[in-house]
Ligand binder design. Structure first.
Ligand code: URP
Ligand code: ZN
Ligand code: ZN
Length: 471
């Protein structure tokens, strides 16, 4: 039994002084002046107590462009934990032969035994036929109630609008939630061909060949498909003010569409892609303009987005040069693969450990969002939408004791050393932070204590997720 005493609880509902009593893996009591009898006591005076972060969008150990994302289900989970996130959800690719079940088994083989925080899976549907249609409802028995479809990556991952509509109809019948990568694959293909033919091979052409209007069109089209299928919809990694406008438009008209944005779209722009090391910022969809940063912040502040996830999919900037990771030299091919051709730069960036510390200082500290919104976007809402609430995302009797003891006074200059992501760069290197996770508990076990890693590969539990709720 553990009693965390005299902290200030920060939840999606409010902030208040209270103690938390933990028995085994669960919170059993929350309130002021709890009796310490029989319990070890941890003094949290001056500290904030928050539910562990829930990141519903990661890509660990994902093969892409002749390489693999550089965090696996251990290193990525460890980085998540150091940043205060105790639950992650990873996307399972559909296999070449189409079988969803075999894909899920393959992803369990990668994650089971490595996982260091609790985790769940979403399924990617990238080829549709009668066998796949039969398999989709069976995902529920595997603990997967959510599936992602792509409107881009023609000839590889994309489904046609009619197929997306058919899947939406099907999953609606089972209470499942479709997720959408909203870009215009046809326009992207034309623009990429034209850019390469004109000899434009540098990183900024990644963004120039994926114009913002393509995302605006795709968000509206996806929302309209969901409306016609009477299905809810979750749109991942929304990156522009125009997309936020379409989300608002659809929600105001009663469409059950929910939106996720990510820190990279709040803090960075196409200008970063034009830097000599611009490949570090390449992900899909790309960064947009500074006006989009402000427009997205306005939509976040107005609660028009439901979630801030990460789309964590890291690669080395220079995968020919090893870094030290847990006493070993590690080098994994990365962004240098596309040094002469932006279409060969692996898409994705590191973010899973950065999300909470960066949003705390530059969101809450900067007065853009309240502490309640911080917990709502990064923990409570994803737990609700993805069928985990109040086990996750809450500090209530019966919730898992996933608790972050947050030091609101700690000041530091942030970077790779703090984030523990297994790559050779951090997009926030040198940023000044005030407020940082001090101790992190996963189901009652302390897994991070300051700079010390107390977690272990295999310490995470697979979350057999049920149906979530529309918020
Ligand atoms: O560039 C990105 N985001 N890579 C991950 C795959 C995806 O579409 O989310
Ligand atoms: Zn995507
Ligand atoms: Zn993604």
């Amino acid at each position: 039994m553990l009693l965390i005493k005299s902290g200030t609880l920060v939840t999606a509902e409010g902030s208040f002084a209270a103690d938390i009593r933990i028995d085994g893996e669960k919170i059993i009591e929350v309130g002021p002046g709890l009796n310490a009898q029989g319990a070890a006591v941890l003094d949290a005076s001056g500290k904030l107590l928050m539910p562990g972060g829930v990141d519903p969008h990661t890509h660990f150990d994902l093969e892409m462009f002749e390489t693999v994302s550089s965090d696996d289900h251990y290193t990525g989970h460890k980085a998540a934990a150091f940043g205060g996130t105790t639950t992650v959800m990873d996307f399972v690719p559909q296999l070449e032969n189409g079988s969803l079940k075999a894909g899920v088994e393959a992803w369990h083989a990668k994650a089971d035994g490595k996982a260091a925080v609790d985790w769940g899976f979403h399924a990617n549907i990238t080829r549709l036929n009668d066998d796949v249609i039969d398999e989709i409802p069976k995902l529920l028995k595997m603990g997967i109630s959510t599936l992602k479809m792509f409107m881009a990556y023609n000839g590889r991952l994309r489904l046609q609008d009619g197929e997306i509509f058919r899947v939406m109809q099907l999953v609606r019948e089972h209470g499942m939630l479709p997720m959408l990568h909203a870009e215009n694959g046809d326009v992207i293909d034309v623009l990429v061909d034209q850019a390469l033919a004109a000899g434009h091979t540098s990183a900024e052409y990644h963004a120039r060949t994926r114009p913002a209007w393509g995302g605006v069109d795709a968000v509206l089209r996806g929302s309209a498909l969901a409306a016609q299928a009477s299905s809810p919809l979750y749109i991942v990694h929304m990156n522009s003010a125009g997309e936020a406008d379409q989300l608002r438009y659809a929600r105001e008209r009663g469409v059950k569409v929910m939106g996720e944005t990510c820190p990279q779209y709040l803090f960075f722009s196409e200008d970063d892609l034009a830097k000599p090391d611009g490949a570090k910022w390449i992900c899909s969809p790309p960064m947009r303009t500074k006006e989009d940063n402000s427009g997205l912040w306005n939509a976040v502040a107005a609660d028009e987005f439901q979630v801030i996830g990460t789309d964590h999919c890291p690669f080395f900037f220079d995968g020919t040069k090893p870094i030290d990771y847990e006493g070993k030299r590690v080098a994994i091919p990365g962004k240098e693969l596309g040094a002469n051709d932006f279409t060969k730069i692996p898409n994705g960036l590191p973010m899973v450990g950065d999300r909470l510390p960066i949003l705390w200082t530059y969101g809450v500290g900067a007065g853009k969002i309240t502490p309640q919104q911080f917990v709502q976007f990064t923990s409570a809402n994803p737990a609700k939408i993805f069928g985990l609430y109040p086990r996750k995302g809450a500090l209530q009797p019966g919730s898992d004791a996933d608790i972050v003891i947050w030091d609101p006074e700690r000041e530091l200059t942030y970077g790779r050393a703090h984030s523990h992501q297994r790559t050779d760069y951090n997009l926030f290197e040198g940023w000044k932070l005030k407020g940082f996770p001090e101790k992190v508990f996963l189901r009652g076990q302390m897994i991070v204590d300051g700079e010390h890693w107390l977690g272990r590969a295999g310490g995470g539990e697979y979350l057999h997720r049920g149906l979530g709720e529309f918020i």
